[in-house]
Design a protein around this ligand. Structure first.
Ligand SMILES: [Zn+2]
Length: 454
């Protein structure tokens, strides 16, 4: 019982070409045959046919950096302090519908407290709910002064935090093993420190020996490894340890490019978060008044220069949006990263679309169907999961159409058309539990300037 889908316009994700008058045969959740309609296999008894009409047919998109359980947070406190892990998981399941509706049939979730994304993944995988395929993680492995060790030393990283402080090599290895047993698909390590040297360069929070040991152990246990690394030191450590993906890599140089190529590591710039903040945040918001925005503008300027050099060297690029913050709400801006590859990093639309599909899909765990390793997703090719979308418009001329409301006309996962319900919700009850009350300092002088007194 196969479905023969006729496509006037088909982009497979495997080459840069738009293929015309194609047929895609789908059976048992997999693509079984893909090729010119004239050569398609004959219909067998029980087979059905459908026509994609004028839609542009392409693989389901992959976002390798969606914080599915952050709840569109406004602050780090909001992510970790506001609500229970159980509520975060339920909320993540809810927002997964919006991610799916945007055409994203696979997401990588880089770090969250406890077993939140593992639970969301398992509920969807078991067929209890519709949703995208999920590569799940657990706590971000952190060290003193690294990313995710945000709070003062006397707070540390309680169990309900996204980060887990692991201060010794033994503790780091134990955390990798604990997460592997809990069922993660990959380990996330916060390699960058938040401290800078006097010359402005980032200081990595781990030693090379620690990073190499964690990555080797994760790989031995069959898990992939993702690292947050802006600075040159952290990028080099990641590459020399053979990590699977480096997020950001803004301060990578030619030495890093060589090491990344040797390791076969992919780079996910994840610039959407920075671009949204630079372009959308309002003058009175702490992201502007605190100097954070000025720092981001500098990072983007230098980062784009360095990333273009990594691209020229042949380092594979993949796409993530850092969705899950108030500046990057679920389902809204995922495809902006594809446009950034084109606008800022010199990709052709076809290259950027392949980065967002077949190349990004390399990070996804293989599914259970098919070969012993399971089937892959990310491209329209016989043997892969039948994850694909219909688009109104031509992303090969302008990838920006993917951001147009309604442009993603249909979403299919494993050959099934899914129609996620975009239910309205109470934005103030779903996240934003922080107790911040004022953005300004109301001295008499300021009040007079603002003309607040009658
Ligand atoms: Zn992130």
């Amino acid at each position: 019982m196969a479905l023969h889908l006729h496509c006037q316009r088909l982009f497979t994700g495997l080459d840069d070409t738009l293929h015309h008058d194609q047929t895609v045969v789908i059976e048992g959740g997999l693509f079984r045959w893909v090729g010119p309609r004239a050569q398609a296999p004959a219909l067998q008894p029980g087979d059905t046919q459908a026509d994609a009409g004028s839609h542009f047919v392409m693989p389901g998109l992959v976002d390798v950096h969606t914080h599915l359980v952050f709840g569109n947070a406004r602050s780090e406190e909001d992510i970790d302090l506001g609500c229970t892990a159980e509520f975060r998981a339920l909320r993540g399941l809810f927002f997964a519908q919006r991610v799916l509706a945007a055409g994203y049939t696979s997401v990588v979730v880089p770090g969250d407290a406890g077993n939140c994304s593992i639970s969301v993944r398992d509920a969807i995988r078991a067929g209890l709910f519709d949703g995208p395929r999920i590569a799940a993680s657990s706590h971000v492995v952190a060290n003193r002064h690294s990313l995710n060790d945000w709070f003062p030393e006397h707070v540390g990283t309680p169990d309900y935090f996204t980060g887990r402080l692991c201060e010794t090599r033994d503790a780091q290895l134990q955390e990798v093993r604990r997460q592997a047993k809990a069922g993660v698909d990959f380990i996330k390590i916060a390699l960058d420190g938040t401290h800078l040297r006097a010359d402005g360069t980032h200081i990595a929070a781990f030693t090379q020996d620690e990073v190499s040991a964690m990555v080797a152990e994760a790989h031995r246990l069959g898990k992939k490894v993702a690292t947050h690394a802006y600075g040159k030191e952290a990028v080099l450590q990641a590459a020399r340890a053979d990590v699977d993906v480096v997020f950001h890599a803004f301060f990578a140089d030619d030495e890093c490019a060589e090491a990344l190529l040797a390791a076969g590591s992919a780079v996910a710039p994840t610039l959407t978060f920075l671009r949204n903040n630079i372009e959308f945040s309002l003058p009175h918001e702490p992201s502007r008044t605190s100097g954070y925005l000025a720092m981001q503008q500098r990072v983007v300027e230098i980062g784009c220069r360095n990333l273009r050099r990594l691209k020229a060297a042949g380092v594979p690029f993949i796409t993530g949006s850092d969705a899950g913050f108030a500046i990057t709400p679920y389902g809204e801006w995922h495809a902006r990263e594809i446009g950034i590859l084109v606008d800022w990093l010199g990709f052709t639309p076809a290259e950027a679309l392949r980065a967002a599909t077949a190349v990004s899909a390399r990070l996804m765990p293989r599914g259970r169907v098919g070969t012993p390793a399971g089937a892959a997703t990310g491209a329209i090719e016989a043997g892969r999961h039948a994850d694909f979308i219909f688009v109104d418009g031509d992303p090969l001329s302008d990838v920006g159409v993917l951001l147009q409301p309604g442009a993603v006309a249909a979403v299919h996962v494993g050959g099934q058309r899914l129609q996620p319900e975009l239910r309205r919700y109470d934005r103030w009850a779903v996240s934003d539990f922080n107790t911040l009350k004022w953005n300004d300092l109301y001295t008499r002088e300021r009040v007079a300037t603002l003309q607040l007194q009658p």
